[in-house]
Design a protein around this ligand. Structure first.
Ligand SMILES: C[S@@+](CC[C@H](N)C(=O)[O-])C[C@H]1O[C@@H](n2cnc3c(N)ncnc32)[C@H](O)[C@@H]1O
Length: 208
């Protein structure tokens, strides 16, 4: 898997998630991000051009480092200061409680192995009035499509290096103690249905 994991996969990911269609969705998803923001699963930094000017500083974490030169160039061109950390979001992050105004995840909740722990960390570091902003693919509401997702998921986990296509993103976010304020469900244009069932929205910490 060395050549695939280290060379081919990062380039495939950067290309498939760097299209105009995905960029349009990134722009919509990131519009409400404000203040000091944390991005989990930073990947190759494809969100950077889409952050609004209300973002004053970005802390970016990822458990892997991919295409370091490309990422460094994107960080240099970003309009806000960006600090990058090599960290696993499902372990305790070295940030104090209630530090961030916004936490962002795009195309990442599918591939975090211990998602409940990562969502608990996101909740811990988010200010009470902050927002968790997400743009994710996941489980279809159509039972026939969901069955196909369950069937193909073991293959997807290998090809997509731990990516799951069948996670019910909204339910998992709510179960972690968030209230979803806005949610758009749609199919990503040009994507096969089992991979393109999208969840775009914002959640706040549930005070119940
Ligand atoms: C499909 S990529 C998406 C990258 C980027 N967010 C984007 O929208 O282009 C998923 C990213 O999540 C990262 N990731 C997976 N599990 C993680 C974890 N436990 N903690 C932090 N990052 C993680 C991967 O290394 C990868 O960079």
């Amino acid at each position: 898997m060395g050549l695939y994991s280290n060379y081919i996969f990062p380039r495939l990911l950067d290309r498939s998630l760097g299209t105009e269609e995905v960029g349009e969705q990134r722009s919509r998803a990131l519009a409400p991000v404000r203040g000091e923001a944390l991005e989990i699963g930073f990947g190759t930094g494809l969100n950077l051009p889409y952050y609004p000017q209300e973002v004053t500083r970005l802390t970016a974490i990822d458990s892997e480092q991919m295409l370091a030169d490309r990422v460094a160039k994107r960080i240099d061109e970003a309009r806000m200061p960006v600090e990058q950390f090599h960290l696993d979001a499902s372990h305790r992050m070295p940030f104090e409680d209630q530090r961030f105004d916004s936490v962002v995840s795009t195309f990442t909740l599918c591939s975090i192995a211990d998602l409940p722990s990562a969502l608990a960390e996101i909740r811990r570091v988010l200010k009470p009035e902050g927002r968790f902003i997400f743009l994710e693919h996941g489980r279809s509401d159509d039972a026939r499509v969901a069955r196909r997702q369950d069937f193909f998921n073991p293959i997807q986990r290998i090809v997509g290096r731990g990516c799951n296509m069948n996670r019910a993103i909204d339910r998992l976010i709510e179960e972690a103690g968030f209230e979803i304020e806005t949610l758009a469900r749609f199919l990503m244009p040009g994507s096969p249905r089992i991979l393109g069932e999208m969840y775009r929205g914002a959640a706040k910490i549930c005070d119940r």
